[in-house]
Design a protein around this ligand. Sequence first.
Ligand SMILES: NC(=O)C1=CN([C@@H]2O[C@H](COP(=O)(O)OP(=O)(O)OC[C@H]3O[C@@H](n4cnc5c(N)ncnc54)[C@H](OP(=O)(O)O)[C@@H]3O)[C@@H](O)[C@H]2O)C=CC1
Ligand SMILES: O=C1O[C@H](COP(=O)(O)O)[C@@H](O)[C@H](O)[C@H]1O
Length: 487
Amino acid sequence: MTASPQSVEPFDLVIFGGTGDLAVRKLLPALFHRFLDGQIPASSRIVGIAREALDDAGYRAQLREALIGVCAAAQLDVFLQQVFYRPLDARKDEGWNDFTAFIGAQPEHVRVFYLSTSPELFVDICTRLGQHGLNQGASRVVLEKPIGRDLASANQINDAVGKVFSESQTFRIDHYLGKETVQNLLVLRFGNALFEPLWNAGHIDHVQITVAETLGVGHRGAYYDRAGALRDMVQNHMLQLLCMVAMEPPSSLAPDAVRDEKLKVLHSLKAIDDSNAAQLTVRGQYRAGVAEGAGVPGYPEELGNSKSNTETFVALKAEIANWRWAGVPFYLRTGKRLPSRVSEIAVTFKPVPHSIFNPDAGTLSQNRLVLRLQPDEGVKLWLTIKHPGPGGLRLRHVPLDMSFAQAFGVQQPDAYERLLLDVVRGNPTLFMRRDEVEAAWRWAGPILAAWADSGEPPRPYAAGSWGPSAAVALIERDGRTWNEDSE
Ligand SMILES: NC(=O)C1=CN([C@@H]2O[C@H](COP(=O)(O)OP(=O)(O)OC[C@H]3O[C@@H](n4cnc5c(N)ncnc54)[C@H](OP(=O)(O)O)[C@@H]3O)[C@@H](O)[C@H]2O)C=CC1
Ligand SMILES: O=C1O[C@H](COP(=O)(O)O)[C@@H](O)[C@H](O)[C@H]1O
């Protein structure tokens, strides 16, 4: 049985960067799915903004082409009647008066300004929204990640945005927090008596977080080459996942209760800097190879720049210096053009203290809890059991495996579907507070500086492989291996 969708009050959602990759590939499809579930009230408007000279009909035609595979055309055309387009340059005054009048026509609506543009435009856009009074009343602003490219630029953006929108109006999105399995991690940890007593250095051997993509940088090279995998994935998504695994139980799900606990984890991360980056981190860049059965170009060819030193792969070993996690390594790895698209958190428990079994029964394996974020969201718990049958006692390592799609018979909603409606409802629980973003930059900054100081280029890896061999060595040095479920 599926729960009936909650109602949503009428809203206007303005997407700056409305013609961009994120808007067309993720945001509009997410809104369309919410429309199909009856959660876009009829008077609500979705407004795309970009510099391209388009009118409503032209924008709708572009979106129709992008969304046509998602659902029947008749429903799509009804949805598109609620979609509008206004050409605006965030850096120029022209057009802003008309836009303000357009938005002002429905003053009772919740207003969401979603900044799906490069972070360099955030200050311009917010300043102009403020100048035109669009920050008043039930207005909210959504900032896409990464916020800045280091602590200083993040502070600059947050200060400037903060002059126009209060912290309670500001939603810093990290779409990984909207993924079903990530929310399920909270329920699994704090809704079951089973795990929490074992969730500490006394019983957990190590944690692995993998976010592997098969895609390359594609046409996002201009952005990506200035960012790289650490800024694009680790500083935000992967640290947020680490926080959800490692935080203390919050007293409730109140937004600040959860965010306070995540912040403590970020503050407890051990520094990685010039003194230890060479031992604790591996950076790589993909080269021409075979991915998904076909030959693909390397990053330099895709980018059109053979001198780029930007990393498309990172593996690192992090540690949290507190009582709960002292001595437990958190191995993180992420990369583009890896062999499969898989995101997961694998928690490996310590071995039993003493084996009562004969050596010929087989070896005892460590219990492992694997949370699959994508694809096929679910949870797998590896246990040791007796191989069935009358023969001698033989040990088997088998998974209790639950796929959410199979168990509940429904396709899991995309993260953006939930997060967009959370903004309309004004619920910031799954969004990053300013101090979290700053703490994450404070940890990531010295890693970036150490890499720059070393002058070492990223290690090459063949597209379609699991990254440089040094990433395997990073974990094998500690007598462990990457979770083979993902490989
Ligand atoms: N793509 C993805 O998968 C993800 C992206 N993000 C983040 O989302 C943001 C957007 O990314 P993405 O969609 O990939 O970027 P794109 O480059 O595809 O899109 C950028 C958009 O901004 C518009 N734009 C550029 N300059 C201006 C301007 N001066 N005034 C108004 N509009 C402008 C562009 O249209 P025009 O040129 O016509 O003005 C276009 O619509 C980035 O911060 C990125 O890091 C986050 C998670 C995932
Ligand atoms: O934020 C980003 O995320 C995507 C990966 O998101 P997913 O939900 O498809 O796992 C990544 O491709 C992109 O580079 C990054 O900016």
